[in-house]
Design a binder for this molecule. Structure first.
Ligand code: PLP
Length: 415
């Protein structure tokens, strides 16, 4: 197949969807405007300049570009300190350093959003690992959300009865079936937590959430948060890395975990990536807007065709993830293949379900991205198991993501 194959009827439905979504899309324009202003003001205040694009080598002492990046992050996220480094290999690594920075042997890490994102299970020790937090004597406890809300009563009870040093909140649902948690919900629960136990540290996994709302967890009371630079904040430009922002003492501890005790933030060559980090951050409000628009467009089109989607097209959002229930393996596979076929990179590749290490079911993935595995770029993946859910995220440009969705759903055929 040399060109996109888009069913005319489906394309027309797409146009109808856009008409219906006009008000929602225009709110997203306002949000991107607001977040761009935040970014631009931070660049201006910290006098970002050509000189900051020159990277360092070797130890990376006195890297002025790295310093300005961390100042800009501090500003945007209203945090005391920031650690933004290409030495973080992914989001899990940044989250792991943050977790090591804000937990203590003998005291309890308490997740109030159920089980954290899959990859953090070994970091914490929920899945056995001899280098996990639990192997160093950190205790761990978790409770589930009830009806997708924080279980306030149980949270307060536990804070009063147990020796909780740290509360963990996952903002995004990741690839679970629970709902994601909006900033206003996170704000309310943090203020309750601080009321009962002012010294308890609150940490937020902010992956997929950045710039989807007009506020971020640290400015509503979280002590520390972390995420990936190949997701929202990299804007599709940044080639690797992760970030941590928050309270100065906690960011310092996390930095000593990333590098070595005594080295902390002082070292870390930037190798010419500073320009990409800054340009990616500059573009991020726009890239995130395009990703969210693409997700909402997908939700509306597939709702129209009779599919169950989550979140729904009119629901409030706090991350860029969209799930679609296909009900049968064949349709799911055709959808993922249709996304890949409309990707800018590797459009000729046909993804197949495979037994990926670490997963119990076979998994199929579409990721025709410029940066390997970057999920701010349009990507979709799915475990092959009922109810045959596809998880889709990203879209650097709305138009390309729209084309990919139309191509993918045309590939599936009528429901
Ligand atoms: C992506 C993600 C992570 C970290 O995953 P990496 O693949 O290591 O970057 C953690 N939590 C959530 C909710 C995520 O979406």
């Amino acid at each position: 197949m040399n060109e996109l194959v888009i069913n005319e009827k489906i394309e027309k439905m797409g146009t109808e969807c856009e008409q219906e979504l006009r008000d929602i899309f225009s709110k997203l324009d306002e949000l991107a405007y607001f977040n761009t202003k935040k970014v631009l003001n931070a660049f201006k205040k910290h006098r970002v300049s050509e000189v900051h694009f020159n990277g360092s080598t070797g130890y990376g002492y006195d890297d002025v570009g790295r310093q300005v990046i961390e100042d800009v992050y501090k500003e945007i996220f209203k945090a005391e300190d920031a650690l933004v480094r290409i030495q973080f290999v992914n989001g899990t690594h940044a989250l792991s350093a943050a977790l090591f920075g804000c937990t203590y042997p003998g005291k309890t890490l308490f997740s109030i959003t159920g089980q954290p994102y899959d990859t953090l299970c070994e970091t914490i020790g929920i899945t056995n690992n001899s280098m996990s937090l639990m192997s160093y004597g950190v205790k761990y406890k978790q409770i589930e959300l009830i009806n997708n809300e924080f279980d306030e009563e149980k949270i307060i009870q536990t804070l009063q009865s147990d020796d909780i040093s740290t509360v963990f909140i996952g903002r995004s649902r990741g690839y679970s079936t629970r709902a994601s948690l909006t900033i206003s919900k996170i704000e309310k629960i943090i203020s309750k937590i601080k009321e009962v136990s002012p010294s308890t540290v609150v940490m937020v996994d902010n992956c997929y959430g950045e710039f989807v709302e007009d506020r971020e967890p640290v400015e509503v009371g979280a002590d520390i948060m972390a995420g990936s630079l190949i997701k929202n904040l990299g804007g599709g430009i940044c080639r690797t890395g992760g970030y941590i922002v928050g309270r100065e003492d906690l960011v310092k501890r996390a930095a000593e975990r990333l590098t070595a005790p005594g080295i902390g933030k002082e070292c870390g060559a930037t190798l010419g990536e500073n320009r990409n980090i800054l340009q990616g951050l500059f573009l991020a409000p726009q890239s995130v807007k395009n990703a969210v628009k693409s997700a909402i467009f997908t939700a509306r089109l597939l709702e129209k065709m009779g599919y169950v989607v989550s979140p729904k097209s009119t629901e409030e959002r706090t991350d860029i993830i969209q799930s679609i229930e296909f009900g049968e393996a064949d349709k799911l596979i055709k959808f993922i293949q249709g996304v890949q076929a409309a990707s800018p990179v590797d459009s000729f590749v046909v993804p197949m379900p495979w037994a990926m290490p670490g997963y119990t079911d076979e998994v199929i993935m579409a990721a025709g991205t410029f940066i390997s595995g970057a999920s701010i770029e349009l990507s979709a993946d799915a475990p092959i198991k009922p109810p045959y859910l596809a998880y889709m995220q990203g879209g650097l440009t709305y138009e390309s993501a729209k084309l990919a969705i139309l191509n993918a759903i045309s590939n599936v055929g009528e429901n």
